[in-house]
Design a protein around this ligand. Structure first.
Ligand code: HEM
Ligand SMILES: *[C@@H]1O[C@H](CO)[C@@H](O)[C@H](O)[C@H]1NC(C)=O
Length: 330
């Protein structure tokens, strides 16, 4: 009897210990978790080095702020935030840069290479390309007058890329509201996250080929706005496809809430922009007008949504690798 009690007691103790370890694991070590101070011992100069390089690049070309933020978005929606978009064609890689949504469109790769080489100088082999994209996005937003937020770190870089997944997961300019909602829902992002994140179109440019059908064929478009945008974007495919127009017609170089104010006036450049506000009663109409009225609420939701987007399926622990060059696996 005594023996039995002791042994069951022992089993209980062991069970309790296992449970405690499991609980602790979940909180700290075992589960994939990013943390803002990931590099504070291994590379204390990582953040300031990235920031300096980002500042230099945007000082040289203001649009680069937009291009860097977009790279992080296009990274995170494909296999998670793992730097996969940065991988170039090679024997084992079909680059995501060839995907429809990226081809002749995503840019900033030279800047990312510059940032990476500056970081490699201060601590070789420590900081991932995926983390560089996340930090650069925050620094870019701040530089052009947008919100700042604390970036969680510790992502590792993929050894693979997927052009097919890029084409399947990245939204396109011709998407309607339902397609947009399901594309973001697939990544665990809500309608509110989606509208806030789309506010990144407060900066940067789009090519004629992405907004041609909107300015010639959409009905929910301001007439004067459409005719202004038609001039550098002729109706026939193949003519002026690459000609640029600002995504935010009012202040394309500053991060503010004019993007949402434009939508209220039916002056969204992309069909997908205007899909967020139709002047009807869809769920996103109210979110758009809220951000148009209150820039602070846009800023705080944008920051939270960028953190949430940055959390999409990171590689951690011993998964993936820390690339030496962002464009190729080691
Ligand atoms: C809601 C679905 C979205 C669609 C359909 C979409 C589509 C597009 C398209 C077609 C362009 C122009 C590309 C070109 O003409 O080369 C563009 C540019 C841009 N997108 Fe989006 N986008 C979406 C959401 C986002 C999100 C969530 C972000 C970031 C958080 C973002 C950031 C940007 C930026 C900053 C640019 C300008 C880039 C530059 O000037 O280099 N977009 N987007
Ligand atoms: C506008 O729609 C018509 C009819 O569907 C189509 O033939 C035409 O190519 C479209 N034009 C543009 C610029 O998208």
């Amino acid at each position: 009897m005594m023996m039995m009690m002791m042994s069951s007691c022992r089993i209980n103790n062991i069970a309790v210990m296992v449970l405690l370890i499991m609980a602790y694991c979940n909180m700290k070590y075992c589960e994939a978790q990013l943390s803002p101070d990931f590099y504070s011992n291994s590379c204390p100069k990582a953040l300031s080095t990235i920031k300096n390089s980002v500042s230099k690049a945007i000082a040289k070309e203001r649009r680069m702020a937009a291009s860097l933020i977009r790279l992080h978005f296009h990274d995170c929606f494909v296999q998670g935030c793992d730097g996969s978009i940065l991988l170039e064609d090679s024997a084992t890689i079909i680059s995501e840069q060839n995907a429809l949504q990226n081809f002749k469109s995503v840019r900033g790769f030279n800047v990312v290479d510059d940032i990476k080489s500056a970081v490699e100088q201060v601590c070789p082999g420590v900081v991932s390309c995926a983390d560089i994209l996340a930090v650069a996005s925050r620094d870019a937003s701040k530089y052009v007058g947008g919100p700042s937020w604390t970036v969680k770190l510790g992502r590792r870089d993929s050894k693979s890329a997927s052009k097919d997944l890029a084409e399947a997961n990245l939204p396109i300019a011709f998407d309607d509201l339902n397609a947009l909602l399901s594309s973001f829902a697939r990544q665990g992002l809500s309608a509110r996250d989606m509208v806030a994140l789309s506010g990144a179109h407060t900066i940067g440019m789009a090519q004629c080929i992405t907004f041609r059908s909107r300015i010639y064929n959409d009905s929910n478009v301001d007439g004067g706005f459409a005719s202004t945008r038609r001039r550098p974007c002729p109706p026939v495919t193949g003519n002026g496809d690459g000609n640029l127009a600002p995504l935010d017609l009012v202040t394309p170089n500053s991060f503010d809430n004019n993007y949402f104010k434009n939508l209220l006036r039916r002056k969204g450049l992309l069909h997908s922009d205007q899909a967020l506000f139709n002047g009807g009663s869809s769920t996103t109409d109210g979110i758009v007008s809220g951000y148009a009225r209150n820039q602070a609420s846009f800023y705080s939701d944008f920051s939270a949504a960028m953190v949430k987007m940055g959390d999409i399926s990171p590689l951690t622990g011993s998964d993936g690798e820390i690339r030496k060059f962002c464009g190729a696996i080691n």
